[in-house]
Design a protein around this ligand. Sequence first.
Ligand code: ZN
Length: 105
Amino acid sequence: MKCPTCNADMVKRQIEWKKGIYVRADVCPKCKEEFIDLEEHERAMREYTTQNITKLKRNVIKLGSSLAIRIPKDIETSLGLKEKDSVEIFSTREGIVIKPKKVRV
Ligand SMILES: [Zn+2]
């Protein structure tokens, strides 16, 4: 594919489209223009929307001698979480992941 701006040969590259969301794009090595196709854009938009519906700010609180974070109601409801449910918690490069053993629907 040729760059629509400067006509140079474009290269396929994985780029960060929005924070944490990566897309396959055609990148112009000359003028640095970046293009993604419609399908890829739709997929990225879906991913972005999903991430941002559940992205809420919470403060870390003290609970006895431990630190705790309140789970937003939206997430509680969508996972069907209940008091005393068992979850797995681990830290990743992206942050903390909390995984319920079962998701109620
Ligand atoms: Zn170009």
